[in-house]
Design a binder for this molecule. Structure first.
Ligand code: HGY
Ligand code: MN
Ligand code: MN
Length: 405
């Protein structure tokens, strides 16, 4: 039987990013389409029947009964952030495939159907909206808005989906898929130091931090870098630099808050050109949704002051926002008792990262399992999971699925 590492090894060359390091696997790009084919082959080889739904979500079905309603669903995502690690997403998918092997080996005869699902654009790296597939499924995003989202090349989501064989006209809330999801359990690499400090290979998720994304567009006066005196400038890059520092200061003053600017785009972006505009994206997170709102308000207020002083103008646009999620208590309890046999004393752990399990919690009980990452680093090539911990995660997932099937 395959190990989780050997399953992951089979995709280790797909989507490598030679300039950033790590992997860049944007939704519906060549790399992600190859991963979709890989998943289809791996699932089919396990006797699962693979389908793509109206929102581009992949479903690999173990049709154990004559109905899929109220099925047990597990899985994660295959897309990555730019220059991401090998485990964020794929670990959950590979572990689910190995868990199916384990259930078969144990002779488990499910009382309900089981599906391994792969959700597209979880990272929102290509089109800017995270957990896009699960948001479409649950109807928590407007399909028209999604269809017109564009990537940095100007390709719309509709064009990219159509090219991948997903008809954009059918995007939207999927009552049939919602009926199918009885419970959802997602295994995911731990993206912080939680499990290192707890010295445990696995943990049960307790909460998922609320977070949002905002785009700040700062306009000034584009001009020549050589002929424009310093006193004559309205340089949006100077304003943007101060906003980045202000965001850090405001978040640092708020217990438990995170504010990040990881993406900043000057227009036109010439070495000898004073930018006419700078777009930057704020990722702001806090356990209390009202605090997240007040943080973004403070940052926006500071940005307006900075821009007034620099002779620039700023426009803030909210791109996404999700409240803090508390995973289903009864399901957490089932996970804890299922793990009691092979993983006594499994801890529970909050996550500062967003996941499809958080979005799907609106339509079904959801839970998460985390697997130790000895680097405590994620969204970076250094993200890592030891082979033994990866296999322990698949055993833990199989134990949980067996109890729930
Ligand atoms: O951004 C997040 O927290 C997740 O990795 N998409
Ligand atoms: Mn991620
Ligand atoms: Mn992820």
């Amino acid at each position: 039987m395959q190990t989780v590492s050997s399953v992951l090894d089979s995709i280790s060359d797909i989507g490598r990013d030679p300039s950033r390091g790590g992997y860049s696997r944007g939704v519906y790009t060549g790399a992600e389409l190859s991963l979709r084919e890989w998943f289809d082959a791996e699932a089919t080889a396990r006797g699962l029947s693979v389908e793509t739904d109206r929102n581009g979500i992949l479903w690999a079905w173990w049709d154990a009964t004559d109905s899929r309603d109220g099925a047990l669903v597990t899985g994660s995502h295959l897309d990555s952030v730019p220059g991401g690690g090998a485990f964020d997403g794929p670990l959950g998918v590979a572990s689910a495939l190995v868990a199916v092997d384990l259930l078969r080996e144990r002779g488990v005869e499910p009382r309900r159907s089981l599906a391994v699902a792969v959700f597209p654009e979880e990272e929102g790296s290509r089109f800017g909206l995270s957990c896009l597939g699960s948001r479409l499924l649950t109807g928590s995003v407007d399909p028209d808005t999604v269809r017109s989202l564009t990537d940095t090349d100007g390709t719309t989501f509709a064009e990219a989906a159509r090219a991948a064989g997903v008809d954009p006209a059918h995007l939207g809330r999927d009552e049939e898929a919602i009926r199918h999801i009885g419970d959802f359990v997602e295994l995911h690499v731990e993206q912080g130091r939680g499990l290192i400090d707890l010295d445990s290979a696995v943990a049960i998720g307790s909460t998922m931090l609320g977070h949002g994304r905002w785009r700040l567009s700062i306009t000034g006066q584009g001009n020549h870098a050589g002929t424009t005196l310093m006193a004559d400038r309205a340089d949006p890059m100077i304003a943007a630099a101060q906003v980045v520092l202000a965001a850090r200061k405001i978040a640092a003053e708020q217990e438990g808050a995170r504010a990040t600017v990881g993406r900043l785009q000057p227009v036109p972006g010439g070495t000898n050109v004073i930018a006419s505009r700078v777009d930057l994206w704020l990722d702001v997170r806090h356990e209390e949704d009202a605090v997240t709102a007040s943080l973004i308000e403070k940052i926006h207020g500071q940005a307006q002051k900075i821009c007034a002083f620099e002779g620039c103008r700023a426009t803030l646009t909210e791109e996404s926002r999700s409240g803090t999620v508390h995973f289903d208590g009864a399901l957490q309890h089932t996970l804890a008792s299922a793990l009691g046999r092979s993983f006594p004393g499994t801890p529970t752990l909050p996550t500062g990262a967003g996941h499809d399990a958080g979005i799907l919690g609106a339509i079904a009980p959801t839970a998460m399992l985390f697997v130790r990452n000895p680097t405590g680093i994620s969204h970076s090539p250094e993200e890592f999971v030891e082979r033994d911990d990866a296999d322990a995660g698949a055993v833990a997932l199989a134990d949980v699925l067996e109890d729930l099937l």
